[in-house]
Design a protein around this ligand. Sequence first.
Ligand SMILES: Cc1cc2nc3c(=O)[nH]c(=O)nc-3n(C[C@H](O)[C@H](O)[C@H](O)COP(=O)(O)OP(=O)(O)OC[C@H]3O[C@@H](n4cnc5c(N)ncnc54)[C@H](O)[C@@H]3O)c2cc1C
Length: 475
Amino acid sequence: MPGISVVTTQGARVDLHDDQLAALKSALGDRLVTPGARGYDEARTIWNAMIERRPALVARCATAAEVQQAVRVAAASNLLLSIKGGGHNIAGNALCDGGMMIDLSPMKRVVVDPAARTARVQPGVTLAELDAATQAHGLAVPLGINSTTGVAGLTLGGGFGWLTRKYGFTVDSLTSAEIVTADGSLRRASEQENGDLFWAIRGGGGNFGVVTEFAFRLHPVGPEILAGLIVHPFEDITPVAARYREFVAKAPEELTTWLVFRKAPPLPFVPADWHGREVVVIAFLYAGDAAAGQKVVEPLRRFGRPVGEHIGPMPYAGFQQAFDPLLTPGARNYWKSHDFTQISDAAVGVIQDFVSRLPSPHCEIFLAHLGGAAARVAPDAMAFSRRDAEFIINVHTRWEKPADDRACVGWAREFFTAMAAHAMGSVYVNFMPEDETDRLPAAWGPNYARLAAIKAKYDPKNLFRVNQNIQPAAV
Ligand SMILES: Cc1cc2nc3c(=O)[nH]c(=O)nc-3n(C[C@H](O)[C@H](O)[C@H](O)COP(=O)(O)OP(=O)(O)OC[C@H]3O[C@@H](n4cnc5c(N)ncnc54)[C@H](O)[C@@H]3O)c2cc1C
C-alpha cells in the first residue's frame, strides 16, 4: 500500500507509509480498507444519514490484538481516530473525516454462561444479537428499544429501555471490560482491577479506549413477557397525560411505560381512518409474571377513549424489535433531549403545541419513565450520574430530504428551548447531537472533574476525541 494521506488530531496531514502500516496490513489483509475499496462505503455508512464523513483508513478489526495494532499506529502518528460499534450514534461519532476509523463490526462473539448468569460480549454485537443469545436461556441485559443499535456505544453512555426500572441502566449490569487504552495496552477494568478506568467507562463513553469485550450480569426475563401499546386521540393529550402521571407514580418497578406523541403508523389494531393522524401512544412492558402484569396494567386500559390497543403476552425479544420499522437506518435525523423530575401540565402544553405542527410525518416526541432500580445507585458510584431523572424526553426529528433540514432541525431546537424551563438541565450523553458541545458538563454533572482526571491518566493526548469529548485535566 503506497503512502496514505491521513489527518492528525491537530488537523495536519501526514503520509502513512508501508513501513508504518506493514504490521496492521499483514494482520488485517483486505480488512484494512481505503476509499474506493470494496466494503469502504458499507463501513462508513451509519444510521443517521445526516452525517457524511470519509475516513482515510478503515481498520475492520476482528480481535483485540488487531485493535491494539490499530491504536498503536494511530497513536504513533497522532492520527484522528474514531471508533465504530453499531454506528447508531446520533452525532455520528463512529466516523471521522480524513483519519482512521476502527470498525468493530466483525467482533460478534457472545458467550453466555447460563448457570453463572453472565455474558461476555464483543463490541460489534447489536442489541438483537445479544437478546437472541441471552433469551435462549430466559435471561437478558437491560438494553434499549431499537434492536439494531450497538451494545458498545449504548453501554458506554449508560443504556436504558424496557427493563431499566426493574434492573437498572445497562452500565449497572456491567461487571468488567477489556479495553485497549491509548498506549496500545490491553487492560482489564473491573471493581478489582483498574477501578478508576472501570468507574470512567460506565457512562464516560468512548473517551478512555476501545472496549474489546464487555462482561455483563444477566437477569431472568421472559422469554415471554406482557407488553403492549394503547393508542389515544391526540386531542385527549391533557387528560391522558394527567392520568398517566398519577398511574406511573404508583407503578411497580416491573412496569416500564413510555408515552409517544406522533402520527399513527398503519398498525393493524388502529382503525385505518386514524392512520397518519396525531395520537398519544402508551407503550409498556411488564418484566414479571404476566398474570400479575395484567392486573397492574388494567387501570391503564381504562384511561380515556383509546382508538386501539394491542396487549398480551409476547416474546421479549420480539417486543425489543417492535419499534424497528419506525427507526430504520438511512433517514435524516436530529435529536434534542431533556431530563425531568416531573411532567407538569405546562410541559404537556408545550408538547401539545409542537406535536400539532410536526415538520415531517416521521417525527415523534417520546417520554420514557425511569426511576426504580435505576434510581437506587449512588450518583458517584460510576461516571453515569443522572439517577434522579424520573423521565427523559427525546425529540426524534426524522425526515427524508436535505431540503427539509432547516425546518426539521429548527422545529427540534425550538421545542428544546420551550421545554428547558420545565427540565432538570441534565442530559443523556447518548442522545446528544454533534452541535451540543456546550452541554457536555451537564451530561456528567458532578462527575465531570473526576472523569477529566482519569482521562489525563489514560489518554493524556486525547487520542480518543471523536466522541462526546472529555478534555484531559491539566496535570
Ligand atoms: C434508533 C435509535 C434508538 C435508540 N434507542 C435507545 C434506547 O432506547 N436507549 C438508549 O440508552 N439509547 C438509545 N439509543 C442511543 C444509543 O445508545 C447511542 O446512539 C449509542 O451511541 C449507539 O451505540 P453504537 O455502538 O450503535 O454507536 P456508534 O456510533 O458506533 O458509537 C457511538 C460512540 O461510542 C463509541 N464506541 C462505540 N464502540 C466502542 C468501543 N467498543 N469502545 C469504545 N468506544 C466505543 C464511539 O466512539 C462513539 O463515540 C438509540 C439510538 C438510535 C439510533
